[in-house]
Write a protein of this length. Sequence first.
Length: 476
Amino acid sequence: MTAWRPAPASPHQGKPRWATLRAIASTLLKSADLKSLPVQVQEKIRQREWFNEIVLRSIQLTVISIFIAIYTISPKTTSDDFLVFTPYFLGGYFLVSLIGLTWALFKEPKDWTSYISIVFDFAFLYGLMIGFHIQYEQPASFILKAPALLYVFIFIGIRSLRLNPKFVILSGIVAIAGWACVIVYVTQVDPGDNMLTRSYVQYLTSNSILIGAEVDKIISIVFVTAILALAVNGARNLLVTAVSEGAAAASFARFFDTSVSDNIRTVGDRGLHHAEKRLATVLMLDIRGFSALAAAMDGDAVLQILTAYRGSVVPVIEKHNGIVDKFMGDGIMTVFGVAKSRDRHAADSIRAAEAILLLFADTASNNALVTPQGPLEIGIGIASGVVNWGVVGVGDRLEMTVIGPAVNLAAKLEKHNKVVASSCVVDEETWKLALSQGYRGGVTPRLSKAAIPGIDGPVALVSLSVEFSGGSSFEA
């Protein structure tokens, strides 16, 4: 009897977890370099930061409004006008906050305005706390017991809205430096009686000062600042990544049909090597004699022709529910029925072919499709069948593609146009399928049989032609 042995550990076991941890650490610690990003990405991030600055200024105004409300309803303990300067502190800060919010609404604030605002926030807060002990005629140690210290964390926290750790770090540094100055003030304002104690109970039940407690407060500010700075830096990096990928996706979608680009972006690695079988129709479109035409023209003119050609044809394809699978130089591979209109894919393909033929027949209205050598001539091949539709590629190089006999047949039929001097050839099965799906267009079919290279036996074909209203017949 063979003893059971555990399977040997994979040499890669645990690596994904460590890779994830390293990625998280890199996101938290690494600072994003915005200058290396495309201009449109920098602009989107800048707009986001501007919006967050407006939110920040709104919170500032809300905080000072709360201060004013609390002070208004609180009982006053002195009638000495000289000692009552708290209202001036509050009024001044409210006015400055209102100006800051108004400025942010109409003009993007510069970084230096944020630096000044940070210093002003903590100068106001600590000045207000000092003012309380004077107004309420209490010992200076009264400042250290004031709950207003909690607003320090609010002032640090709102700086995280700028999604830049430097503002959080500066807020923490100013908060710590300011509180250290407050401690020095409290212990030195009355050198004869600084009220220092080492008893925690006495500290809690009197106006005594416990240096250890103040150190704890500073440590808390340090940790809150550090944690927020790490979180903000990570969020900033993720924002940069998200905006960059969003811009890349928008650019990517320009090269593919929307449904195709969305599918490629969403399936990711999960969709690799996985295909869906669909009954679809493939339309192959090509410009006749384009290689010779391109050889006789300069590069810019060739690209202009291709741009005009695609700009004219692609909208027609998309209007009839076709998906451009890929561009192959002057060739265009289009699929009907893989993502939409599955119940009329053959009919849609014939409608698209009819519209394209009319487009190229009306050269008077489509000067962009006329070259110095004459109007462009095209060839179209259409075939239906079961295809495999899915994502292929390696790593970051992915594409959505369609594979199946219909693809090969459509390509061969497109080339067969040269043999029969036509512009559009469809196999008879696809033509009948289009009729059964409701096609009732204006093309004139001509049935024939022909031997197609690579296809066993003769193939029943239908050549299509359209009658142009201008008087000419466009043979298909």
